[in-house]
Write a new protein. Structure first.
Lengths: 228, 233
């Protein structure tokens, strides 16, 4: 119970810092929208081709935005050595991990209300409300899958030179299953699922989330231990 | 002074000799495959590379767990060696595969499950090596690269299942019972050859890491003593 309280406090702290700054969320949102625009230039003004690639582009926009958000979330902690301060508090490092990872997931969730409509408009996809809800649920699962390993890696790379190169270098190959499963499921939501394949992709995505949310929690204390 | 042969050196020499014998049998003695012809002979290096690179990554995972558990530097060194040898074998595997795929499938690359998984696996572990190179403090380097190696290794089966649901045209794995005995022999010999060479290289790499960590090489008396001829030459 105490750990849950600590996690909640940490999430609140992160979201408060985020809210007071606001510039980070705004710039990452803008970045995501710009990537969505650029992807459409790669295909050309062919609405059929754009619609076919819409799911992939949307998930890639989330992935690219997530690295910006993740590395930024620990850069804040590095400034004025706030992370060391946090570790000096009577807080379990595991609670610290789950607090950070949850805050990062919420941060990525906040991108959805802007990026999903932008993608639907730009790529000329028409969707009814129920499917948009499905897309939001999928977005949450994908955001969770990116946040767990992303938070662990960002905790380490933010303390190194060349962090901006290292985080995507480590994270992108690792999240290949998240990428594949969410692109496939998003595609099934956008274009219909006559073969009922959705279930197996969702199981895979949830499996990834469960495995990495547990494993990264176990490994996080090793990633921050010498700062203790 | 003669240098004494270490066990891993002996293993390395045995590996090279076995590799020569296995490749000779594979290239000249074993029959050509009926449909693919001589192209199939690349199997005698391709399969051993695949098996042993996977073995190297599995060993690296074990060493990484041991390194986090005990914090002993020797596990970290063994892990580095295993990842490096694994990445090199994995790169060789992909190149051999492409050389084989071009005449057989008509393309250099295909999004097949094992191809894609090995590519992602190589990128994962090459990333761990790149990450490692940026960490200066040795204890931090050991802990962080072990963490990265563990989460990378756990990812491999997930990637495999993902790509499998995508699509697949790779051959179904052969077993000794489906392969001509004349082909099994060079395959077995080369597998052990690559295994021995890999162990030898991992041990060498770990030793090199230990030496660069201590910052001092054990001086060899014969080298330090000024030789008679050299000074007046």
């Amino acid at each position: 119970m105490r750990a849950l309280g600590q996690i909640a406090t940490l999430v609140r702290k992160d979201l408060l810092v985020e809210w007071r700054g606001r510039a980070r969320l705004f710039s990452v949102l803008l970045f995501g929208a710009v990537t969505l625009l650029l992807f459409s230039f790669a295909v050309g003004p062919d609405s059929l081709a754009l619609r076919a690639a819409a799911a992939g582009f949307l998930v890639l926009a989330l992935l690219l935005s997530s690295t910006m958000g993740l590395s930024e979330s620990f850069r804040v902690e590095q400034e004025q050595r706030a992370l060391e301060g946090l570790l000096l508090l009577p807080v379990e490092p595991v609670a610290l991990f789950y607090g950070k990872a949850l805050a990062n997931t919420v941060f990525l969730l906040l991108l959805a209300p802007i990026l999903i409509p932008v993608a639907l408009v730009l790529y000329a996809v028409e969707l009814e409300a129920a499917r948009i809800l499905g897309l939001l649920g999928l977005w949450a699962l994908a955001a969770a899958g990116l946040s767990a390993p992303g938070t662990l890696y960002a905790a380490m790379t933010s303390r190194l030179q060349s962090q901006d190169v290292l985080l995507p270098l480590l994270l992108f190959p690792l999240v290949v299953p998240v990428l594949m499963a969410s692109v496939k499921s998003a595609d099934l939501i956008l274009t219909g699922d006559p073969m009922a394949q959705m279930r197996s992709w969702l199981v895979l995505l949830i499996g990834f989330d469960v495995i990495y949310w547990s494993l990264c929690g176990v490994l996080f204390p090793y990633a921050v231990q010498e700062a203790q | 002074m003669t240098k004494r042969l270490t066990w891993d050196g002996a293993l390395g020499i045995a590996g090279v000799l076995l590799f020569l014998v296995g490749s000779y049998i594979g290239l000249f003695v074993a029959p050509a495959e009926r449909h693919m012809g001589d192209v199939q002979r690349i199997m005698y290096v391709h399969l051993p590379s695949a098996w042993i690179s996977m073995l190297c990554f599995t060993a690296a995972f074990g060493f990484a767990v041991a390194s986090l558990w005990t914090s002993k530097p020797r596990w970290d060194r063994a892990m580095t060696g295993a990842i490096e040898v694994g990445v090199v074998l994995n790169a060789l595997l992909l190149i051999q595969g492409m050389i084989w795929a071009r005449p057989t499938w008509g393309v250099w690359w295909d999004w097949d499950v094992r191809l894609t998984t090995s590519l992602v696996m190589m990128l994962l572990f090459a990333g761990v090596l790149a990450f490692r190179a940026f960490i200066e403090d040795p204890e931090r380097r050991a802990a962080w690269s072990a963490v990265a190696a563990i989460i990378s290794f756990v990812d491999v089966p997930l990637v495999y299942f993902c790509v499998r649901w995508w699509r697949s045209i790779h051959q179904i794995q052969s077993t000794p019972s489906t392969v001509d005995p004349a082909m099994v022999l060079p395959l077995r010999i080369n597998s052990f050859a690559v295994l021995f060479i890999a162990i030898w290289m991992i041990v060498q790499r770990a030793r090199l890491e230990a030496e660069s960590a201590s910052g001092e090489r054990v001086p060899e008396p014969s080298r330090l003593a000024p030789s008679e001829g050299a000074e007046h030459a």
